[in-house]
Design a protein around this ligand. Structure first.
Ligand code: EPZ
Length: 423
């Protein structure tokens, strides 16, 4: 198992290219199941989660080819006749549940393994299920699998989600594209990845309005055709690298980074003394003064502060001037990085969904353990500003969502390398 070794090395300077968004690509790929014609994605990120989705789609009978060093994914599911998403694949990646809606719409039935437990929370699928049931699906849980079927196909419905779940919005929108009649989806999630999905579905011939708002209207059509679509930039990768100069100093330009996708995050950066400037090719980030100010953060659905940047923000607050309170409102167990940051000398007090961080002058390098995707990158960020050497173990978590993190950070002057267990 690989580890990543980081030695704090002072200010960072240079450019980092932002990849396509993992969380957009993971919902765009299952859309291939909605048409018999080819769907090609460009600007795709090269991540282990994308490879898992590729394995899943191939197991359903789809052809999936990656080209141009993995940046182009060409898919065709004209022969996709299997409607069972197997536990052995689904347990590796929860987003596998995004095939449920498309399979049901395409075949009229689907058998999808429930993903099981997750480090950051229980993450049930009740909202997905009740939305699809409102469209006429019959769904029962048997042997750990959701067995879903329709008699005569899905039907348009007026649906209000009990919570603006990203995944439930994506599954329902995809299913509704081929349903009979109109679906009105209220309290829908507004994340940019959903906007990207809808833009792609529209290119495939879907009739959809309201993406990016809390009410999405889908007029079902008989069939969808093929399309080519560029994956939107990864706002969470962008936000993560914006915090590198906040911790280590210096100035970094994020090529392809987009401020408009980052909602409340940029306002928080401004409040803690981090300057963000848009450029023709992306955005430049630097600290305004020597030290970052402590700020309070509450994670929310888009356009609020993203939960996927909470761990990284905690790493910055560890050496900020003052006391900050971070409240995690989306997931019930998303402070696993705190005990690891404490091993590096941070002062953090966690009570339920609230963490109080008292800034210290400097963190110290240590052996730490990655527990989930965003927790792992927060440890790398913390190490960039720490004294001495930090060794981050179990970086397979990181590879799920960050493309070549050590290459991108060493390009701006970080001392970072990947070492495999037997080295
Ligand atoms: C997506 O997960 C992202 N994953 C997550 O990113 C992200 O943290 C999350 O949205 C919130 O922004 C992908 O897009 C692949 P939700 P998703 O359904 O769709 C509860 C990362 O780091 N809920 O909006 O699973 C749920 O338990 C990952 O890249 C139900 O109770 O998120 C959670 O507390 C982590 N019942 C909350 O809603 C349901 O049926 C938000 O979940 C569905 C969700």
């Amino acid at each position: 198992m690989d580890r990543i070794v980081v030695r704090g090395n002072g200010p960072l300077n240079g450019k980092i290219s932002i990849s396509g968004a993992k969380n957009a690509c993971l919902t765009l790929m299952p859309a291939t199941l909605l048409s018999e014609e080819p769907l090609t994605l460009t600007n795709a990120p090269r991540l282990s989660d994308i490879r898992t989705m590729t394995t899943l789609l191939r197991s359903l009978g789809a052809e999936v080819q990656t080209m141009q060093d993995g940046k182009v994914i060409a898919m065709s599911s004209h022969q996709a006749d299997n409607h069972v998403a197997d536990y052995d694949i689904v347990r590796k990646m929860r987003a596998s549940n995004l095939v449920l809606g498309p399979l049901l719409a395409r075949h009229g039935h689907a058998v999808v393994s429930l993903p099981g437990g997750c480090a950051i929370g229980a993450r049930p699928m009740d909202i997905h299920i009740s939305a699809l049931e409102a469209m006429g699906a019959e769904i029962e849980l048997k042997d750990g699998y959701l067995h879903a079927k329709t008699s005569g196909g899905l039907k348009g419905a007026d649906i209000t989600l009990r919570f603006a779940s990203v995944g439930a919005t994506e599954n329902t929108v995809m299913a509704a594209t081929l349903a009979k009649g109109t679906t009105v989806l209220r309290n829908a999630a507004r994340e940019p990845e959903i906007v990207d999905l809808v833009e792609c579905l529209r290119k495939m011939g879907a009739e959809i309005e309201g993406e990016g708002t809390d009410t999405i209207t889908i007029q079902g059509v008989d069939r969808l055709h093929g399309a080519t679509h560029p994956v939107v930039a990864d706002r969470i990768e962008t936000g993560t690298y914006m915090l590198a100069p906040a911790i280590a100093g210096g100035e970094v330009e994020l090529i392809g980074g987009r401020i408009d996708l980052l909602g409340a995050f940029c306002e928080k950066l401004d409040a803690c003394g981090i300057d963000v400037t848009e450029t023709p090719t992306g955005l430049i980030v630097r600290r305004r003064n020597g030290r970052v100010n402590a700020v309070n953060v509450v994670t929310e659905i888009f356009p609020g502060f993203p939960t996927d940047l909470q761990a990284q923000m905690m790493a910055v607050m560890c050496t900020a001037e003052g006391v900050s309170v971070l409240e995690e409102r989306i997931f019930e167990n998303r402070f696993m990085h705190a005990p690891e940051l404490i091993r590096m000398g941070a002062h953090i007090d966690v009570h339920g969904g609230t963490a109080t961080v008292t800034g210290v002058d400097k963190l110290k390098g240590a052996q730490v353990m990655a527990t989930d995707l965003r927790a792992s990158v927060s440890l790398i960020l913390a190490a960039l500003g720490a004294e001495g050497e930090t060794v981050v173990n179990r970086v397979y978590h990181l590879d799920r969502g960050y493309e070549r993190v050590e290459d991108k950070l060493s390009a701006v002057g970080a001392h970072i390398e990947r070492v495999s267990e037997d080295e």
